[in-house]
Each structure stands twice: as structure tokens, then as C-alpha cells.
Design a protein. Structure first.
Length: 388
């Protein structure tokens, strides 16, 4: 196996960190224990510099190579946060925090980057500087954006940045990537439809916001099917629908719905946003209701830079042999997109074997993927900043 030998040796130790983090999941920006654990490990490795509190609870560390003749700086990123899910794996190291679970494998990503950091601090077999970014709040809070806003790219002079995510369904330790859009943008909307409540037996004396809401939902389905180019991609999903009534004999006054918009292109994204507002407003009016749309722009499209996709694939090839370089885009989103918008780089999928998908209560990160993931980070550094 072209796994770095030293990483085969440290595999058990890294797995221990991963399982510790798995048992102690934290949410959003509230990753204080996780960040402290990361800092403790980085201190043990003897990295050159550690800064905490970047992007609220993010950690940035610096490892200098044996030489620095070209002032090169490569950034490597991992996410630290978990999800508000009750774990159902039955593992002996399952979550000790009720209602919280590392169901997206960010415990694995953090441990993989720690494993790479340990290796790089030991060997320093490169010419330049590595900047490690451990970010909070990937799952919706925009920790990546906060770290960029706190100067992650500029302050540390990062010239190119790389990240990975585990992927169930791909063989463990294999890699898949594509140039261009890999993951979608993700926006949220909340629609409030106001009618006139009344007795359910006298609908003619009321204005039923539920009927308007039903037509709005159907109308929204026409955006992806009728308005967006069939060869482009868009998703409009209404995920929650609530009226202010919970009985069988009252017409409600107000009905609310929330949903998400996904796209792989910023023009499509803007177009869908405009159509959501038009359809909601006009349909509500047609059914004598008033509607308000609160549209929140979320994570941008994750776009791999062409050249850096090649570098990422070359490092993956050195680790795993064959690499898929044309994986279809995925309509999930990633706030690594904020880093890729600020700096060239690439994001790769790391095979996690068969099993439940991420965000499922029975999802399990496969510790056998650790040596491949950590070797990939190390290869990237050694290939992009070869030792003199
Ligand atoms: Zn996730
Ligand atoms: Zn994730």
C-alpha cells in the first residue's frame, strides 16, 4: 500500500483520537472541548504556531518545512462540528452527549488532519509552510465563512487550500473528485401565508391560507421542471409546513412553510430565488392571501479550481492508485466553498465503504479510511512544496 509507512504506524493512535471525538460531539460554534483537544494534540506534535478563536472557535496552526526558499504556503482544512441527531449505532464509543452525534464524520476529518499534522511536524520534508485550519460550524453555521472573514487566507498567506469529506458508497480509502462545481449552493426560505381564520364549516366566510400554501408548493415545483434549463441543476424543496391551528374544525389564520434551494451555478441560483418570490407572491394573491418570503442566502457553490483539482488528484493517485476524476456533482453543500472563493484549491471525496449515508443515525465513519486521508494531505504538501 502506498500509504505513508509512518501513518500506518500511527493509525491506531489516530483511531483513538477519532473515537474520543466521536464520543464527545459538539454542535455548531460550540466546539470548545473539540478545539481544546485539537490544540493539545498540536502542542504535543511541536507545531510552530497555534492561534485559537479564529472564526469564533476555529484553530489555526502553522508547520514550517525544513526549508523555505520559495515562500510557498499550502492550507489544509478539517471541520470539527457534529449534528443534532440521536445516535443509533450501538457502538461502544457512541456519543455520550444526548441528541448530538458525529453523523457526518467530521470526527474522522479532524483526526485525519491531526494525523497529517503529526507526520508533517515530525518529518518536515517540504520547502515552505503548511497552515492547518480546524473549523467549527460546517453544518449550517458557516464556520468556514467566519474563518475567512477573520483573515484565514490573508493573515496566514495561504496560496492554495485543500479539504476532504468522507463518502459512504465509495470503497474505503478510495478518492473521487471533479473540476468545477462539485457541491451545490444552499439557500433557505421561509414563506408566511396570511389569510382569514374561521369556522371550517363556513369556508366562504374565511380565506384559507392552507389552500394558497398548497398551490404555492405545487407552483414552486415548476421552477426546476419548467423554468430552469434541463441541462442545468436546481432543487426547490419545501420541507416544513405548519398552520397556527392543530384541530379539525378551524380554518387557520396563518400558514408557514420552510424549504431549501440548491443550484450548481450562481446565475441559476439567482434566477430560482427570483422565481420563488414571484410564485409565492402571485399565488397567494390569486387565493386572496398575503404572503411574505424570507429568503436567506446560504453556502455558495463549491467550485474546484481546475489546476488544483489536478494537484489533488495527483496526490490521491500516489496514495490509492486509480482516482475517479469525474464524479457527478452532489446537491449537498459545504462551507469550504467560502475558502475556495477566497483562494484557489480543491475538495476531494474520500471513500467510506458501504453503510448508511452521512446524517443518518446509524452512519459510521470507517477508521480504515484514516491512513489514506492523512497520506493524501501529506502527499499534497510534499508534492506541492517539494523538499530542496
Ligand atoms: Zn454534514
Ligand atoms: Zn460533513
Amino acid at each position: 500500500m502506498p500509504i505513508k509507512n509512518r501513518l500506518a504506524e500511527t493509525h491506531a493512535e489516530i483511531t483513538g483520537w477519532r473515537r474520543h471525538l466521536h464520543a464527545h460531539p459538539e454542535l455548531d460554534f460550540d466546539v470548545h472541548e473539540t478545539a481544546a483537544f485539537v490544540v493539545e494534540r498540536l502542542r504535543d506534535f511541536g507545531v510552530d504556531d497555534i492561534t485559537t478563536g479564529i472564526g469564533k472557535t476555529g484553530v489555526v496552526a502553522v508547520i514550517k518545512g525544513r526549508t523555505d526558499t520559495k515562500s510557498r504556503v499550502v492550507g489544509l482544512r478539517a471541520d470539527m462540528d457534529a449534528l443534532p441527531i440521536e445516535e443509533a449505532t450501538g457502538l461502544d464509543y457512541a456519543s455520550k452527549h444526548p441528541g448530538k452525534m458525529h453523523a457526518c464524520g467530521h470526527d474522522g476529518h479532524t483526526s485525519i488532519l491531526l494525523g497529517a499534522a503529526q507526520y508533517l511536524a515530525e518529518t518536515r520534508n517540504f520547502d515552505g509552510t503548511v497552515v492547518l485550519a480546524f473549523q467549527p460550524a460546517e453544518e449550517g453555521g458557516g464556520g468556514g465563512r467566519e474563518m475567512v472573514n477573520d483573515g484565514l487566507i490573508d493573515r496566514w498567506g495561504i496560496q492554495e487550500v485543500y479539504g476532504l469529506h468522507n463518502m459512504p458508497g465509495l470503497p474505503t480509502g478510495s478518492f473521487a473528485i471533479r473540476p468545477g462545481a462539485l457541491l451545490a449552493s444552499a439557500d433557505e426560505f421561509e414563506v408566511t401565508v396570511t389569510g382569514k381564520g374561521g369556522h371550517a364549516a363556513a369556508p366562504h366566510q374565511s380565506i384559507d391560507p392552507n389552500v394558497a400554501a398548497a398551490h404555492i408548493i405545487l407552483g414552486l415545483q415548476s421552477i426546476a421542471s419548467r423554468n430552469v434549463d434541463p441541462l442545468a441543476s436546481a432543487v426547490v424543496s419545501v420541507c416544513a409546513l405548519h398552520s397556527d391551528i392543530d384541530t379539525h374544525n378551524i380554518i387557520p389564520q396563518v400558514t408557514r412553510m420552510t424549504g431549501t434551494v440548491r443550484a450548481l451555478d450562481s446565475d441559476v441560483r439567482d434566477f430560482v430565488e427570483a422565481r420563488v418570490t414571484e410564485i409565492v407572491t402571485a399565488t397567494a394573491q390569486a387565493y386572496q392571501c398575503e404572503a411574505k418570503v424570507d429568503y436567506t442566502v446560504g453556502y455558495p457553490v463549491t467550485i474546484n479550481h481546475d489546476e488544483h483539482t489536478e494537484y489533488a488528484a495527483a496526490a490521491a493517485r500516489a496514495v490509492a492508485g486509480d482516482v475517479i476524476t469525474d464524479i457527478p456533482p452532489i446537491m449537498a453543500a459545504e462551507d469550504f466553498s467560502f475558502m475556495l472563493n477566497a483562494c484557489p484549491g480543491a475538495y476531494i471525496m474520500l471513500g467510506n465503504g458501504d453503510g448508511p449515508m452521512v446524517h443518518h443515525p446509524e452512519y459510521q465513519f470507517d477508521d480504515e479510511a484514516i491512513p489514506a486521508g492523512a497520506s493524501w494531505f501529506v502527499e499534497l504538501v510534499e508534492q506541492r512544496m517539494p523538499a530542496q
